[in-house]
Design a protein around this ligand. Structure first.
Ligand code: AMP
Length: 354
């Protein structure tokens, strides 16, 4: 099959790495000439909403998906009726706006952190009066990896954030003193079949995911599956989806969802019987979904900013290196390591010292 991907980053690259053994062919649409998925297929270098490039993508592919959630609505309009696109416009629209996302969680009975809408910087002080401090201010749209966010603890920080926010719509959330962060990755097929991976326990550093540990038999697995199952049904979702939760006082609070394969699921490449990437392809191609059973106690460590000397990493037993082939830059995800651990969550100390 010919598969089109809007976006040519590392997620698109790993989708292609999962699909090439089945002789699928990939075309990526990305404005960057050095998009890291490029070497694995054909790269259309154009803006995501470039009509000519989108028509070419539709003409050359059997199905289209995307590797990031901020695909312009205009792109989906151009593709509509020409080629099937999974996941669909509804899931994408809900994930693009934090206020709509929270409203959807509420409708589905998924608890969230307390929040209020903030229309612009001038509305921030009224929102603080309602929720109190500490709090987190987030732009409604286009935030990722901690970008478009302000942690507010003092009146001085509120003043700076109000100024920087300007007339951008946002929402204010209570700062949750969570016990831990977990995410649930699920796949739903075109026939409505659903599979769930074991919960991933995530540690962030400066708003960027750093480490994920697969938690098979987690006591919150059932509750998370019930919630995510409702979300998948409501959106008539097709493909892989990830929901990030805070665990607070033993309960789940939904933070956000990603309508795509997710960084916290990279451990599944070596650590599960079917990776999240393969299951995404199976889902969008209308094939049976694969087993999500873990192959052991797996964990993943992101390589951020630069890739350390490979020989040092590969000398650690049980490691697998994934180098995205991207230019090193501070704060940029340039690779990850999957590792088989002796016991759940016990990462080799040499790995954490890299
Ligand atoms: P997000 O972009 O919403 O995924 O936020 C990035 C990271 O910031 C999260 O994974 C948390 O570590 C932290 N964070 C975001 N919102 C909150 C909150 N309301 N309370 C506590 N920590 C938060």
């Amino acid at each position: 099959m010919k598969i089109g991907v809007i976006g040519g980053g590392q997620l698109a690259r790993m989708l292609a790495l999962a699909g090439l053994p089945w002789a699928h062919e990939f075309t990526f649409l990305d404005p960057a000439a050095d998009a890291c998925a490029g070497p694995l297929g054909r790269l259309l270098i154009a803006d995501y909403d470039d009509e000519r490039a989108l028509l070419e993508l539709a003409a050359q592919t059997d199905v289209v998906t995307f590797d990031f959630e901020n695909v312009p609505a205009r792109s989906l309009e151009v593709l509509a009726g020409r080629v099937p696109v999974y996941p669909g416009a509804r899931a994408l629209a809900a994930a693009q706006d934090r206020l709509h996302e929270k409203a959807l969680f509420g409708e589905l009975g998924m608890a969230t952190a307390e929040f209020v809408a903030v229309d612009d910087g001038t509305a921030l002080s009224a929102a603080i009066a309602e929720l109190g401090l500490p709090a987190v201010l987030k732009t409604r749209r286009l935030g990722y990896d901690g970008k478009g966010q302000w942690l507010l603890r003092t009146a001085a920080e509120v003043e700076v954030a109000a100024r920087e926010l300007g007339d951008t719509p946002a929402l204010l959330e209570c700062l949750v003193p969570f016990e831990r962060e977990v995410s649930l990755i699920a796949a739903r097929g075109r026939d409505g079949a659903v599979v769930f991976y074991p919960l991933s326990e995530n540690t962030h550093c400066n708003g960027i995911l750093h480490t994920t540990v697969c938690r098979a038999d987690d006591p919150l697995q059932g509750a998370a599956e019930a919630q995510v199952g409702r979300l998948l049904e409501t959106l008539d979702y097709v493909g892989v989806l990830a929901v990030e939760f805070f665990q607070h006082r033993g309960e789940l609070l939904a933070n956000e969802f990603a309508p795509r394969v997710h960084n916290s699921g990279h451990w599944t490449i070596e650590g599960a019987e079917t990776s999240q990437f393969e299951n995404h392809l199976r889902a969008i191609l209308g094939l049976p979904l694969g087993s999500t059973r873990p192959r052991g106690h797996y964990a993943m460590v992101n390589l951020i900013g630069a890739v350390p000397e490979p020989a040092r990493m590969l000398a650690i037993p049980g490691t697998h290196l994934h180098h995205y082939g991207k230019t090193a830059r501070p704060g940029r995800k340039v690779g990850h390591i999957t590792v088989a651990c002796a016991a759940p969550g016990v990462l080799p100390p040499e790995l954490l010292a890299l």
